[in-house]
Ligand binder design. Structure first.
Ligand code: CP
Ligand code: NVA
Length: 312
């Protein structure tokens, strides 16, 4: 069993993982030897703080071992992907892979003979969404019927929130005047909207202020993420597009003024760009659950590792 995207996971798989994440957080000592002696390889093409640390520290806290591979310093960079995945599968019990392209990750998982976890590609970020469900369950005591509004550029994180919401009955509304081309997934969006658990606003038909005001008034959680994915942030070839986006997206910033008369919780997967998609003040506001959310990535990653390492 892999975790490349959430769709193939059942509602039970997801709810059990959320429940186990909370149990692991509350009783870490019970899980100290849960995967004794197992080896996790992290294979990363991109930078990471949370996902990498959650994987490395998480497996260690479960009694296993972690091995970090920066793609660029291995022969993955020059060899046949399937050959290298077969080799890696013979050395370790599970692989956490952060790839640039979803299609390459699918190919890698097909060649692997051990479970592969998507540690964030250009299309999905399933481990983030599972951690976020844990945080929402912890904060609200439920997932069903929780209303989450994602504001920003429709991206990998947004897709995984939609997929997660569709499985557990959480309503996801998206206010996004831009969609990352790699994140276009009409099948997912149509399935989620048929279930009444995903809607998007046409940002060209209504003033931004009205849309945002309505969204925060109707939401339990307001969520945002970077307007430019990490691999493009300092890429000179993307500089013009980055500047265009920053200008276009400024009216969509989450800040204290927007939330001044609302109680909704604020989430961001991090890393955040203060003063762009969210103000620094709001990151640290009492309605922000961003740091609970980032801590929970560790507990949730442990539950994911446990599930995949013990799955029949
Ligand atoms: N949210 C998240 O995945 O953070 P990293 O990119 O630091 O892993
Ligand atoms: N969506 C962003 C953040 C993911 C943690 C990205 O892919 O860079």
């Amino acid at each position: 069993m892999h975790l490349i995207k959430l769709n193939p996971w059942s509602e039970t798989d997801i709810l059990e993982t959320v429940e186990n994440s909370l149990n692991i957080k509350n009783h870490p000592e019970k899980y100290r030897h849960a995967v004794g002696g197992k080896n996790l390889c992290l294979l990363f093409q991109k930078t990471s703080t949370r996902t990498r640390c959650a994987g490395e520290i998480g497996i260690t806290q479960l009694g296993g071992h972690a091995h970090y591979l920066d793609w660029r310093t291995t022969n993955f960079a020059l060899a046949d992907l399937s050959d290298e995945m077969r080799v890696l599968s013979a050395y370790v019990d599970i692989i956490l892979a952060r790839f640039l392209k979803h299609s390459e990750l699918v190919e890698a998982a097909a060649a692997a003979t051990v479970p592969v976890i998507n540690g964030c590609c250009d299309r999905y970020h399933p481990t983030q969404a599972l951690g976020d469900l844990m945080t929402i369950q912890e904060q609200f005591g439920r997932l069903q019927g929780v209303k989450l509004c994602f504001v920003g550029v429709h991206n990998n994180v947004c897709n995984s929130l939609i997929a997660a919401g569709m499985k557990v009955g959480m309503e996801v509304t998206v206010i996004a005047p831009e969609v990352n081309p790699a994140a276009v997934d009409k099948e997912l969006w149509e399935e989620a909207s048929r279930k009444g658990l995903y809607k998007t606003f046409d940002t060209s038909h209504e003033a931004v202020e009205n849309l945002l005001e309505k969204a925060v008034a109707e939401s339990d959680v307001v969520y945002t993420d970077t307007w430019v994915d990490m691999e493009f942030f300092t890429d000179p070839a993307f500089a013009k597009e980055r500047n265009r986006r920053l200008k276009k997206m400024m009216p969509y910033q989450l800040n204290a003024e927007l939330l001044k008369s609302h109680e909704c919780r604020v989430m961001h997967c991090l890393p955040a760009h203060h003063g762009y998609e969210i103000s620094g003040e709001l990151v640290n506001d009492e309605r922000s659950i961003i740091f609970d959310q980032s801590e929970n990535r560790l507990h949730s990653m442990k539950a994911i590792l446990l599930k995949l390492l013990t799955a029949m």
